[in-house]
Design a protein. Sequence first.
Length: 457
Amino acid sequence: MATPNIGRYYTRDYFKESDKPEVGLHFDFITLNERIKHLKESEKINLSELEKNEIRKKIELLKKQITKIENENTKEVEKRNKILFDFNLHNYENEIGSSNEHLSHCTKISLKTLYPGLLFGSGYRHETGIQGELKLGMQFDHTTGLPYIPGHSVKGVIKYWLKLEFEDEGKEVLPMIGYFIENELKNTNHQVLIKKNLEALIDKMFPNDERLSIYETDIYYDAILDFNNKKFLSNDFITPHPSPIKEPVPLSFLLIKEDVQFNFYFDLKDTHLAFKDGTQFILTKTAKKNIFKTILTEFGIGAKTSVGYGMLTDNLLVYNNVRIPYTEFKAPERKFPQNKDRRDQYENKQKNHDDHFDIGGKEEQQKHEAKPGFTKLKLLPEWPSVQDVTVNSLVRAIVLSAHEGNAKLQLYFRDKECKCNLQANAVQGNEIELRVAEISGRRGTDNYTVTKVKINY
């Protein structure tokens, strides 16, 4: 039996209308809404009270019909979402294998997605107004039907970060490629770090001359999924607030889950830059590979990277949801919890081992049961101020409670009791390092606070 084409299903069959009543999706609500709009317009005409009452009755009847259709559509969309989320890469071994056949000669960089996942192709429209539908599009390969990252997107991300200018210790504004070269090649020829030479190097790496042979320029291939036995699609929500006094509207969208491997392929060549004194600088294929990997793992790829999506890691070890890294950070003087009886109670309840964690430098298998949550910590003067942090700032937090992949945290701020939730397998009482993902309020006011955090890798 042929495997279903996911791209076709999501872009065409997902909204396929049923010709049977009470089954599948129905879009009659669009026509009915137009009729209501027309009746409301006619109600404004000089009519008798009896005629207006008749129009109101018709509108109420139409609204009931719309509500019934919408409820049925919502149930059907939930079924279709589940079909998407149940697709397993194990069933697409042949499709992935055929995509890899012509890339065996290429330089390969294998990276895995981090929480909350990877989002790309979101510019494609994918909505009809049905409650619960997945609103944003995704990039699918026409042949295999699998999600992929286009080669031109990979090239665009790398080119952007190489050309982006930064201030070199207050001396000169240089393209970022100088920073990457200096970190990759410790004993770099100082001539190449001059701004005009860096710009010339970028021009050589990304030439505008279309007549150049493919044997002289780097080629960026599509990044494709790696075969493994797992589900790889999920959903997340954005919650726009149409008005300060109205309820927010959560919108669901499709994304690649965390812990899904993508293989990035490049056909790289050494890039030569000659100087007037007869010497030359060579940026080798190996150096390019390392620089490209650094860019992809440090800055991510895809949509909404500023709030944590699209982050990648070269740690290909299998982990369950999130790996919380060990850091050398020393906790504040006060140990947690202070009460000996409660501390003993916490330490004695570690049992039912079955989930993997990497905390404190040790690999453990633990299933952490829900424990009585510690309500709050005493704010200490040596902790930082919430006013000092911005999006992507490093912060420390303690796990107040943890249960079934959900953790409640308190961030270490001296001037504000700030608590956040985090979807992660964590251990109650442990301290973890995080990055700020979202902030609300205006800086300098009491409303300024951290509303969302993410794991720092």
